[in-house]
Ligand binder design. Structure first.
Ligand SMILES: NC(=O)c1ccc[n+]([C@@H]2O[C@H](COP(=O)([O-])OP(=O)(O)OC[C@H]3O[C@@H](n4cnc5c(N)ncnc54)[C@H](O)[C@@H]3O)[C@@H](O)[C@H]2O)c1
Length: 264
């Protein structure tokens, strides 16, 4: 599979890792579809790409909606005639421990809000499922080479304060094995699935995290810095061209070793 001439769809493509993936693939000759909820950011990324002469469309959509998913797959096929790569970067965090105690009374003062649980499961897990399912349908019917790239996280191992997020990302880590196994069962040979589990990466998502906790985590990162979104994008480009990669999830963490502070 070559990047040049391929058609890529990136959810959450208007910010952070998704934006870096979009720009990396365009620079290497792909046509791209930028899917995001944030219209202003879609416009910015689409303009950036047009300035360098890239072929791009932007589609405002919510990945939790089945109707929206069908709409952005349709828009891809209408504009570019096929789909080769789908990268599911749309994601959110809503952190908090399941229970918080009142120090004075020793009783439960607060529970993780249902809305915090549900919104993360909806966007991160259900959104990934809907995008992969409908992208795979387009690839299976189109018959061209395809690659599905679900984005998990290093926090799939179980990060404190992220019961919702870690649960979603652990489930996403399993997807490549199950999906490719099913493809084998159903005689679908043209679509691979390779997940990516990034470590702590320099994007807007981290600015919404507890900054003290982030500082402590960075002390456990071997390379001593955050991952750059471009480093994740580069790996996704590599996954396109190395067709032996399949049915697995690759970690890119800069050597995050978690000697403390994680439930395993
Ligand atoms: N930044 C990190 O350290 C890190 C680490 C591991 C995994 N990840 C994962 O990488 C992916 C990208 O994260 P990021 O750091 O670039 O964050 P980001 O906040 O910069 O980008 C996420 C994008 O998703 C979009 N989005 C949110 N909800 C959406 C919805 N319902 N429908 C469509 N788009 C929606 C946002 O508008 C945003 O543009 C996420 O899945 C995240 O969980 C990030």
């Amino acid at each position: 599979m070559q990047i040049k001439g391929s058609v890529a769809l990136v959810t959450g493509g208007a910010s952070g890792i998704g934006e870096a993936v979009v720009k990396h693939l365009v620079r290497n000759g792909a046509k791209v579809v930028v899917v995001d909820v944030e219209q202003k950011n879609i416009d910015r990324v689409v303009n950036d790409i047009k300035e360098i002469g890239g072929e791009v469309i932007g589609v405002q959509a919510d990945v939790t909606s089945e109707a929206d998913t069908a709409r952005f797959i349709d828009a891809t096929l209408t504009s570019f005639g096929q789909l080769n790569v789908a990268v599911t970067c749309a994601g959110i965090i809503r952190d908090g421990t399941m229970l918080s105690m009142d120090k004075q009374t020793g009783k439960v003062a607060k529970k993780l809000e249902f809305e915090k649980w549900k919104s993360v499961i909806d966007v991160d897990l259900t959104g990934t499922f809907l995008t992969l399912r409908d992208a795979a349908e387009a690839m299976a019917n189109g018959g061209q080479d395809g690659l599905l790239v679900p984005i998990s996280s290093v926090n799939k191992v179980g990060q404190l304060g992220q019961l919702n997020y870690s649960s979603a990302k652990a489930a996403i880590e399993l997807m490549p094995k199950i999906i490719v196994g099913e493809f084998l069962l159903r005689g679908i040979r043209n679509i691979r699935c390779v997940g990516i589990a990034p470590g702590y990466t320099e994007t807007a998502m981290l600015t919404r995290m507890n900054q003290e906790a982030l500082k402590a985590i960075l002390a456990d990162v071997h390379i001593g810095r955050l991952i750059k979104p471009e480093e994740i994008a580069d790996m996704i480009g590599y996954c396109m061209t190395n067709t032996a990669l399949d049915a697995t999830t690759i970690e890119i963490t800069g050597g995050l070793c978690y000697p403390r502070g994680v439930a395993k």
